[in-house]
Design a binder for this molecule. Structure first.
Ligand code: FAD
Length: 353
């Protein structure tokens, strides 16, 4: 008799259960935004959230240039192309996004190899091969084009605000495993692991292909912040403008398995010298000390490249999207688009029985 008084909480219908994302870097946030725009409820769980500045939160520190990657397959190229499309729209329509179109010069020490970044000529604007007298004679090849830079100090807070306005929910929490997430959201069945370098440590992921790759850049405050330069080859160097922050980012360096939060002044000096050689009209040999600050971040790298796949485990669908190393911004919106299509497929299988 008492039984009839027990209130049963009806479980949420599948279509109303939130999609749960672990990680609120550029990958987790662009994915959340896309899913929200497609009408899904979304929750993000992360130790670091948009606006935070830990060295382990790579998305706070990226250049971030859209530069075509070499050595990638056609599907990965398409992710970059989709990202370019999204960023271009933001650059044209919404300056608060922190995305700008910049005039770029790229110089190559050697002739471009097979499967080089040259495919990017079909994506960027105004691409042209420079004539021999248009670039320094010690380079083999020179290209000019317009591409996009994203200022992460503006873009991450912009994305965070958009997600909240679209109804997404952020929960600040460090978890030890994906299992912790399943316990937190017993009703959800679609989980996305966008935890960057976190995937090396999560108890039930422990991906030993993941490795930290430290970056240290110089930020030089200058109003000459509208041209981008790349030197491609052994002495990989860049000058990435941040027009909205009135400065340029000078780099770069990649230090595998180094987690130091301290500025290495020898690296900083070397980056200034290399940037000066590459763009002397922007970067003086000895910039005044008060015009210099330092950027340190740990890239979430992965041997063999990033992971992007979908697995079914019982009732749950788990999508993995991590290991983007030095290219997470350039892949972000394309990866978000791919993940949201995977979610749509999983949703269809779950709802249309
Ligand atoms: C100096 C520097 C320059 C760069 N320049 C460029 C560039 O020019 N162009 C470009 O495309 N890319 C660039 N990058 C790379 C880019 O920053 C990264 O690829 C990108 O930010 C990775 O994003 P992510 O979302 O995968 O990881 P992250 O931004 O690191 O985010 C990971 C998220 O997961 C959360 N997380 C992890 N583990 C846990 C856990 N156990 N519990 C809870 N939360 C957890 C974190 O708190 C965080 O929210 C640069 C990087 C650096 C450091």
């Amino acid at each position: 008799m008492g039984e009839s008084h027990i209130e049963h909480t009806p479980s949420l219908p599948f279509a109303q259960r939130p999609i749960v994302i672990l990680g609120a870097g550029i990958i987790g946030c662009t994915t959340a935004r896309q899913l929200l725009l497609n009408g899904f409820p979304v929750v993000l769980v992360a130790e670091y959230l948009p606006g935070d500045q830990s060295i382990f939160y790579a998305s706070a520190w990226a250049g971030a240039a859209w530069h075509a990657a070499g050595g990638i397959n056609p599907e990965q190229r398409y992710f970059q192309a989709v990202t370019h499309r999204h960023l271009l729209k933001m650059a044209q329509e919404d300056p608060t996004s922190g995305v700008c179109i910049v005039d770029t010069r790229e110089f190559l020490e050697q002739a471009p190899p097979e499967n080089s970044s040259l495919w990017g000529q079909h994506v960027v604007s105004k691409f042209r091969h420079l004539k021999k007298d248009e670039f320094p004679s010690h380079f083999n090849t020179g290209w000019a084009y317009d591409t996009l830079v994203t200022d992460p100090t503006l873009h991450m807070p912009y994305l965070g605000k958009q997600i909240t306005e679209l109804g997404g929910q952020f929960i600040r929490k460090k978890v030890n495993s994906l299992e912790d997430m399943y316990q937190m959201f017993p009703e959800s069945s679609i989980f996305i692991n966008a935890s960057g370098i976190g995937s090396k440590e999560l108890d039930d992921v422990k991906d030993d292909k993941c490795f930290p790759e430290r970056g240290q850049n110089v930020f030089y405050k200058t109003d000459k912040c509208h041209m981008m330069y790349f030197r491609n080859g052994k002495q990989y160097t860049y000058v990435i403008p941040r027009p909205m922050s009135q400065g340029v980012v000078l780099g770069g360096v990649k230090q595998q398995d180094n987690l130091s939060p301290e500025v290495d002044m020898a690296i900083a000096q070397d980056e200034i010298s290399r940037a000066h050689m590459l763009a002397p009209e922007i970067v003086p040999e000895n910039p005044p000390e008060d015009s210099i600050s330092h950027i340190i971040g740990i890239r979430p790298s992965r041997q063999g490249g990033f992971r992007l796949d979908c697995e079914k485990a019982g009732q749950r669908t788990i999508l993995s999207a991590y290991g983007f190393g030095g290219g997470g911004y350039a892949f972000s919106y394309g990866v978000a688009d791919a993940l949201s299509k995977m979610v749509e497929r999983a949703e269809r299988e779950n709802v249309i029985l």
